[in-house]
Structures are given as structure tokens and as C-alpha cells.
Design a protein around this ligand. Structure first.
Ligand code: GLU
Length: 489
């Protein structure tokens, strides 16, 4: 692409960073990285009534967590600073005034009551709801009188009443609107704040945005923006409207379908690289089979040609599966690092902080099973607890009785206390020999030992587990199992 590529992600800080919005950020980021362009972050905070405190921080946190770094915007600055629209109000007022002077916009003095009346009447007649253009044709005398009366006014755009406005959307192809069906929309509100349309179009121009990639729900804004660009004498950027994200019932993805905030996924124990990969597939594909791919592949191949038009279905099971794939791809030290904060939140405080070397031994043992980092504490708590809580009856394996179990545990205790090295392979040989000696099939002997050492009937491979637990803990646990059994029910 010849022109410098400049794309933006323009969140409104009105709540938690929704997956759908962050997918838009991801696509913009990939587009910029693919073409050596710039990714700009602009906060669209002009709708003061809808601002939710903390939401800007939450968006930035979500982007950082996912590794979507921005080249211009909050925190990093840039040639078009400030990147908060609430700090750029003068620019929008100037644009609105120019439009009024040129005759492309007009002041509207209609009261809230009058607008409500028109609306009610239109509803009754079952016609499209829109402003009746009353103030569009005020005489200068009428206007002066209204001005003198000192009531509030807004600025409305003077939409052409004939012709069509057409866009060539890079995903959707040609889309056209009949101008007569479009409203004289408000561009400046009575409090002097711009509406989304004016601020968004002005900034896309001033920030030299080359491509606008955003969700499909914004498509109806395009004719308004194009008309604004034309009236202001600005060249319009190119547009690409991304498919909606739908729940399994094909309704727009919402809370009803489960968590929608990216940060909730972080808390639930998803890896950012897994969520990023998953979000990419919400509307884009590399080919017809590849699902898991490294970031470099995404960056090297991202293109709008492979963005679908129809809605992308959010499949939670697939995300969970993908998270497991990514967890298994981590090196064990990296898995240990990612598990740490989840473990420390999930374990009793007297067991934290957990020992680094111990954790490095534990992580590879659960790597095959863990699907979410939030399972870390549950999956590994028996490594840390000083006393295990389990029903002693589970020590007694099928076709065994208390006496034989006691004898087996005592033999294991003796072998393990004198084992020359406490490593999985020699331990396995030693215990297999002892089992054969006792005439016990491995299932019975090792089953009892597993419960004694972990308190569970299922665990990672037994001998590796014993090695990581270490001689002292294992002997203490076998002793405790023997006592529990000896005390009997
Ligand atoms: N502020 C809008 C939003 O919240 C931006 C839409 C656009 O990208 O034009 O999504």
C-alpha cells in the first residue's frame, strides 16, 4: 500500500473492555503491523453522561495484557496529541462553526418538548422517526428572535435531500444510501460538546487516518461521515466494517452469553496469546484449516480480503480448547511464572509465597491437564498443604483390605526412607521390586501410595510426583496414612 497506513482504535470509555471492541483493536493493530503503519489509540470521551470511571484504564490494561501496543495515544503521546477527545473540544467547535458559516449546518432551537411531540406524532403515523427540519429554513428574523430569547440550541448538519451517498467498503463492497432518508443529525450539542459523528470524523481527518476498521454496527454512520468530510473539504479515509460477533444463538454477543470483558477472561485464567488467537478467528482466517498460529504468522498474513462479512460465532468451548493448547506450548518455567499469581491467590495465605524451585518442579506435572490458569491452586494444592484432607477408606484399593494396605505402606515407607536417590526412575524400579515382593499388582500398591502421598485417587505420574514432593514430605504423608488406617473407622 502506497500511502502511509494509519489506523486507530477509538474506544468510548463507557464500561469494561468488551471482547467485540477489543477484536476491533486487534484487527487494527494487525493491519498496522502488517503494513508497517501506525496504530493510534484515541479515547472518545465526549459523551459525558455515559462515562464510567475507570474504563479508560481498563481498556489500556486489556490492550497491554494482549500485547497490542499503540504508537500514538495516551501515555505515549504523538504528533496529534491530545488523544482524549474531551481535551480537543475547540477543534470540533471550530469545525461546527465553519459548517454553519458555509451553510452546511444550522442552529436548531427546537425544545425538548417540541421534539417529543414530533416523535410521538411520527410514531402514531408509523413513519421513520426523524427531525422534521423545522429550523433548517428559519428566516433570519425568526432566527434573531430565537437567538435573543436566549434559549439553548444545537447545531444540525444540513443533509442533502436528494442523491445518494456511496461508500466502497473494503469488506462489504459498495454500499449506498439515499440522502433523502437521512436525518439532519446533530453535530454539536447544547452544552458545546460534539456528537460522536463530528468528533470522530474531524479527528480521523486531523490524525491522518488512512483506514477505518470498526464493527459493522457503525456502518449506518458512514453516509453522515462522508457528508461531513465533503462539506469540510477533507478526503475521506477508506472504510472496512468488521462482522458482528454473535453468541451460539446468533444474537449479538452479550452478557447473556457469559463473560464479555477481556479482563474477566484474564481473571478466569486464559492466556493473552490464546485469547488473541481466538479473537483473530472471529471474522478472519488464514486458510480453511489453521487455527492455532504464532503472532508472527498473524502479522505476516493479516489482510482484509480474508475477513468475512457474515457474523462470527463465539464458541466458548473452542476458546477453552485453544487455551489448553497454548498452555501446553509454554516452556515449564514460563508456565510456572504464569501460574504463580493464580496459585498465590488460590492457596491459603500461610502457604505463600510459594518456593520458586518447588514450583518449577510442579508446573511440568500439571502441564498436560491444566486448561485454565485459575485451576492452578486446585490442581496442585496437595503439593503445598502440610496436612492432607482425605477419607482414609480411599487408601484401601479394590480387592485389598486394611491389613494388606498397612503392610504395603509400611514397606513403601521403609524403601523410600533408605532409597539412595529420590528421583523418579530409581524410585520406580525400587517400588516395582517391592510390589512384586509383596505379591501386589502395581494398581493396588501404587494406588494406595498415590492416595497417601497426594490425598487424591488421580494425580500426575506417581514417581515424578514423589520426586517433586521430596523424601521428607512423602515419608511424613505415608506415616500419616498409616496412622489414619491404624486408627480405623
Ligand atoms: N467511539 C466509537 C466506539 O465506541 C468508535 C466507533 C468508530 O470506530 O468509529 O466504538
Amino acid at each position: 500500500m502506497a500511502e502511509p497506513i494509519r489506523v486507530r482504535y477509538a474506544p468510548s470509555p463507557t464500561g469494561q473492555p468488551h471482547l467485540g471492541n477489543i477484536r476491533t483493536a486487534l484487527f487494527n493493530w494487525l493491519f498496522a503491523r502488517r503494513h508497517g503503519g501506525k496504530f493510534i489509540l484515541r479515547v472518545e470521551d465526549t459523551d459525558q453522561d455515559r462515562l464510567v470511571p475507570g474504563s479508560v484504564e481498563a481498556v489500556l490494561e486489556a490492550l497491554e495484557w494482549l500485547g497490542l501496543d499503540w504508537d500514538e495515544g495516551p501515555g505515549v503521546g504523538g504528533p496529534h496529541a491530545p488523544y482524549f477527545q474531551s481535551q480537543r473540544l475547540g477543534l470540533y467547535r471550530e469545525a461546527a462553526e465553519r459548517l454553519v458559516e458555509q451553510g452546511n449546518a444550522y442552529r436548531c432551537y427546537c425544545t425538548v418538548d417540541r421534539l417529543a411531540q414530533i416523535r410521538a406524532e411520527q410514531q402514531r403515523q408509523k413513519v421513520p422517526l426523524r427531525y422534521d427540519r423545522h429550523c433548517r429554513s428559519l428566516t433570519s428574523r425568526e432566527q434573531r428572535e430565537l437567538e435573543d430569547a436566549g434559549g439553548p440550541w444545537v447545531v444540525r448538519f444540513r443533509m442533502p435531500t436528494s442523491g445518494t451517498t456511496t461508500v466502497h467498503d473494503l469488506i462489504r463492497g459498495e454500499v449506498a444510501w439515499q440522502n433523502e432518508l437521512l436525518d439532519d443529525f446533530i453535530i454539536l450539542k447544547s452544552d458545546g460538546f460534539p456528537t460522536y459523528h463530528l468528533a470522530n470524523a474531524t479527528d480521523d481527518h486531523l490524525m491522518e487516518i488512512s483506514h477505518v476498521l470498526r464493527a459493522e454496527e457503525w456502518l449506518p454512520s458512514v453516509p453522515r461521515h462522508l457528508q461531513l468530510y465533503q462539506a469540510l473539504g477533507f478526503a475521506a479515509p477508506q472504510f472496512a466494517h468488521l462482522p458482528m460477533i454473535l453468541g451460539p444463538d446468533r444474537a449479538k454477543l452479550s452478557k447473556r452469553h457469559g463473560a464479555t470483558s477481556v479482563l474477566e477472561y484474564r481473571e478466569a485464567g486464559y492466556l493473552p496469546e490464546a485469547l488473541r488467537n481466538f479473537m483473530l478467528l472471529l471474522g478472519w482466517s488464514l486458510d480453511d484449516k489453521t487455527e492455532v498460529m504464532p503472532l508472527e504468522t498473524m502479522v505476516a498474513n493479516f489482510s482484509l480480503d480474508r475477513v468475512v462479512r457474515s457474523g462470527a460465532i463465539f464458541d466458548r468451548e473452542k476458546l477453552l480448547w485453544m487455551n489448553g493448547v497454548y498452555l501446553r506450548q509454554l516452556s515449564s518455567p514460563e508456565l510456572a511464572k504464569r501460574m504463580r499469581s493464580f496459585l498465590e491467590r488460590g492457596l491459603p495465605t500461610d502457604l505463600t509465597p510459594v518456593d520458586q524451585d518447588y514450583l518449577l518442579g510442579i508446573a511440568p506435572l500439571v502441564q498436560e491437564r491444566i486448561k485454565l490458569l485459575s485451576e492452578a491452586a486446585d490442581l496442585t494444592s496437595y503439593f503445598f498443604l502440610s496436612e492432607l484432607d482425605y477419607d482414609p477408606a480411599t487408601l484401601v484399593q479394590r480387592d485389598m483390605d486394611r491389613e494388606r494396605t498397612l503392610a504395603a505402606l509400611q514397606r513403601a515407607q521403609a524403601e523410600l526412607s533408605s532409597a539412595p536417590v529420590f528421583e523418579h526412575q530409581p524410585l520406580e524400579e525400587l517400588l516395582r521390586g517391592a510390589g512384586a515382593d509383596l505379591g501386589l499388582p502395581p494398581r493396588q500398591f501404587f494406588g494406595a501410595l498415590r492416595v497417601a502421598a497426594t490425598g487424591r485417587t488421580a494425580s500426575p505420574p506417581l514417581f515424578h510426583t514423589l520426586e517433586v514432593l521430596g523424601r521428607k514430605r512423602v515419608l511424613h504423608r505415608i506415616q500419616s496414612a498409616i496412622q489414619r488406617l491404624a486408627q480405623g473407622p
